[in-house]
Design a protein around this ligand. Structure first.
Ligand SMILES: C[S@@+](CC[C@H](N)C(=O)[O-])C[C@H]1O[C@@H](n2cnc3c(N)ncnc32)[C@H](O)[C@@H]1O
Length: 252
């Protein structure tokens, strides 16, 4: 079973170069326009803060945090992505490690002021254990900021009927493995989980949720959507979810 898990998640190795081209040194259009501004505002002033960029990919967001004065460690399960991250950004003084987010054996407890997991929670198979690990490595009062496609987007399709757009949604409460077609047939999968999964898991560790931002997209492939009905639909059903939480602020 463990081998199977490893094989599936490290399929990210197969798309490492493609992913690097897509996000470059500053993120893709959606990261730059919609997601990163919210994540950065949740993190606040990061100067001299110790930050873990979890599931950091090729390290572009670790670079951004470093440029704002943070001391950053990046962790990812993909050896190839970490190799690219090291080539590009190690000389800045950012440390990059290969590890499964659910088992960060080489990472000391209670050491980070913040953990960021940008557009990756939905890509992590053992997310429950991962949140346990985040709670372990964060200091009390430390911040967690994570983003992902809004959970409804995993399983729903937008369909047009006449002039109007609707969602067709067959499942919501089930935890479902969803093929990620963005990279063709390379075996990349994401995991749909209902919102209650995230809330329950965070409260198990006494995280206090400080930010819960549902972001609506107004662009498609970088262009502002011109179809008024589609724009209204996109505004009504947000594309991304960004959450900020503080570890154990007021332990009972
Ligand atoms: C969509 S990419 C996002 C990467 C980066 N955070 C960014 O915003 O560019 C998802 C990342 O999750 C990583 N990943 C998937 N499962 C993981 C796990 N169990 N532990 C650590 N990283 C994982 C993948 O290798 C990939 O780099």
């Amino acid at each position: 079973m463990l081998n199977l898990l490893k094989r599936k998640t490290t399929n990210w190795n197969k798309v490492a170069e493609e992913y690097d081209e897509l996000v470059g040194d500053s993120g893709d259009f959606n990261h730059k326009t919609y997601i990163n501004p919210v994540i950065l505002s949740i993190l606040g002033n990061v100067r001299n803060r110790n930050i873990l960029d979890l599931a950091c990919g090729q390290g572009y967001f670790a670079r951004i945090l470093h440029s704002k004065g943070a001391h950053v460690v990046g962790v990812d399960i993909s050896e190839k992505l970490i190799e690219i991250a090291r080539d590009k950004f190690s000389e800045l003084g950012i440390r990059f490690e290969v590890a499964d987010a659910a088992e960060m054996n080489g990472i000391e407890s209670n050491q980070f002021d913040a953990v960021v997991c940008n557009m990756s929670f939905h890509d992590i198979e053992r997310l429950s254990e991962t949140v346990d690990e985040i709670a372990r490595v964060l200091r009390i009062g430390g911040k967690l900021a994570f983003s992902m496609p809004h959970p409804w987007t995993d399983l729903a399709k937008t369909v047009k009927d006449g002039e109007n757009y609707y969602l067709r949604l067959e499942k919501y409460k089930s935890v479902v493995e969803v093929p990620n077609n963005m990279y063709g047939d390379k075996g990349i999968v994401s995991y749909h989980r209902p919102l209650e999964f995230y809330i329950k898991k965070l409260s198990q560790h006494q995280f206090e949720i400080t930010d819960f931002v549902e972001i609506s997209k107004e662009h498609s492939k970088g262009e502002k959507i011109s179809d008024r009905k589609l724009l209204d639909h996109k505004r009504e059903f947000p594309s991304f979810l960004v959450v900020g939480a503080i570890k154990n602020l007021n332990p009972s």
